[in-house]
Design a protein around this ligand. Structure first.
Ligand code: ATP
Ligand code: MG
Length: 448
């Protein structure tokens, strides 16, 4: 495994060489989503929109950059995200301040909730967002520096039903998309007093092993010891096996919350697995923490991560507001979707070929009229011979070709050729457009 610093250095050398030759390449850790792939994204977006809409979640769009201090205070200085992964820079202007490309969505949504006084509406706010996030990480499959998330935040209720509603919606989205081999891991990280007591017990247990822990975990021992629980290091993992369990440090209220969450999941028929090492990366979580993991993703296995965060709103200066949310990593989701290979082709009704100035102009007008009548139509703009245009028409996947030559343009007629059968007939353009419903029916039958 190359170190990220070495990999970055090599990338920079290659980029400089390329630039010297006049080529500019995309930045490391970013990707172009090309038309061949974008259908998967649109499918995900459509499913997300539909499922969240049905559950009364409303979309919110917040800025992509925010004050750095929002993330420092919101996510926590001891986390990887704030400590090592943020893209921060000085603003412009006379009094520059530090700003950051958002590494996640929750902090911005909560900032907006407080600033725009969404809490004064009373009751529960169910919000969702989607968009790019930015983290300085080692790029690999399912891990980028610009990546995308869709997420929900349910603000204003401590009820365990909200935790379960949110989990059920995440499960629904993934299932509707046809994903299999998913596992829901569940834990409770209690309230802050529970965690404080547990933290002390964990430090006491781990301190004698300090020298044997991996360097990251040694670093975390005093700053953020809970994170040691989900270390990927083998020896650290062995040591942690016998560590005290967070579940044994929950107070009665926390236990009751967690039991209700489990009970409701069972009632909704959502299988889960308890994972007492699941603590999640960000500081703001309390009570329920969960991840949805796929067997088909290799090292970057977590598709969805979330949990309850009862202290974040007040920590950012808002009123006491319990909340719960999750975020799905869209790149990882799309990797799984592509493995299923279920992308429907968007069908084309007409491929319009034409030759000669008058016919070419007429083709443009006819295609526009067809679109206004609800059909899809693509005009061949190549100006090449009919033979070549026909070939492209065959490859286009259209149901039919419309052919316009000098004669058709003169008489306002058109040749209609069904590509499935090769059957061809002449008609007036007016007739073609006269009965759109009939035409639509013909397009839908395989052998019109
Ligand atoms: P990981 O342990 O994989 O670094 P995380 O705990 O940092 O994940 P969260 O902050 O919980 O991730 O973000 C929620 C989801 O966003 C993750 O489960 C993952 O699917 C996705 N995600 C996070 N970071 C990246 C990234 N750098 N590239 C692509 N997807 C990401
Ligand atoms: Mg991470």
């Amino acid at each position: 495994m190359k170190s990220p610093i070495l990999a970055d250095f090599m990338w920079e050398i290659a980029a400089i060489e390329n630039e010297a030759m006049g080529a500019i390449q995309a930045l490391r850790g970013t990707r172009d989503i090309l038309p061949a792939e974008v259908g998967y994204w649109q499918k995900v977006e459509a499913v997300v929109r539909e499922i969240l809409g049905k559950a009364s979640y409303r979309e919110i769009r917040t800025p992509i950059f925010e004050l750095t201090s929002l993330f420092e205070r919101g996510i926590g200085e001891a986390t990887d995200v704030v400590g090592k992964e943020m893209y921060s820079f000085q603003s412009r202007g006379k009094k520059p301040y530090s700003m950051t490309l958002r590494p996640e969505g929750t902090a911005g949504v909560v900032r907006a909730y407080i600033e725009q006084k969404l809490h004064t509406a009373g009751g529960v706010q169910r919000l969702w967002y989607t968009g790019p996030m930015f983290r300085y990480e080692r790029p690999q499959a399912g891990r980028q520096r610009q990546f995308h998330q869709v997420g929900v935040e349910v603000l204003g209720t401590a009820d365990p039903r909200a935790d379960v509603e949110a989990i059920a919606i995440a499960t629904d989205i993934l299932q509707t998309l046809g994903l299999k081999n998913l596992q829901l891991d569940l834990n409770s990280v209690g309230n802050s007093e529970d965690r404080q007591r547990y933290r002390e017990a964990l430090i006491a247990y781990l301190t004698p092993y300090q020298g044997e822990l991996d360097p990251d975990s040694q670093d975390r021992l005093t700053r953020n010891p809970l994170r040691i629980l989900d270390s990927k290091d083998k020896r650290t993992g062995e040591i942690v096996q016998d560590a005290p369990k967070l579940g044994d440090y929950l107070c009665d209220d926390s236990k009751r919350h967690f039991e209700r969450v489990q009970n409701l999941l069972t009632q909704l028929g959502i299988p889960y697995q308890l994972n007492h090492r699941l603590v999640r990366g960000l500081d703001y979580y309390s009570h329920t923490a969960f991840e949805i993991i796929s067997d088909d993703l290799g090292a970057q296995a977590t598709v969805c991560g979330g949990g309850r965060y009862d202290n974040l709103v007040s920590q950012l200066g808002g009123p006491e507001t319990p909340a719960v949310g999750w975020a799905i990593g869209l790149e990882r989701l799309i990797i799984l979707l592509q493995e299923l290979d279920t992308l429907p082709q968007s069908p084309l009704d007409f491929y319009v070929v034409s030759r000669g100035e008058q016919a070419e102009e007429n083709a443009l007008v006819l295609a526009q009229k067809l679109r206004h009548a609800g059909f899809s139509a693509e005009v061949d703009l190549s100006g090449s011979a009919f033979g070549k245009q026909f070939k492209r028409g065959d490859r286009s996947g259209a149901a039919a070709c419309l052919i316009l030559g000098d004669e058709e343009a003169q008489n306002q007629t058109v040749q209609l050729k069904w590509l499935a059968t090769g059957e061809q007939k002449a008609m007036t353009q007016a007739d073609l457009l006269a009965k759109p419903d009939e035409l639509r029916q013909q397009l839908q039958t395989p052998n019109p």
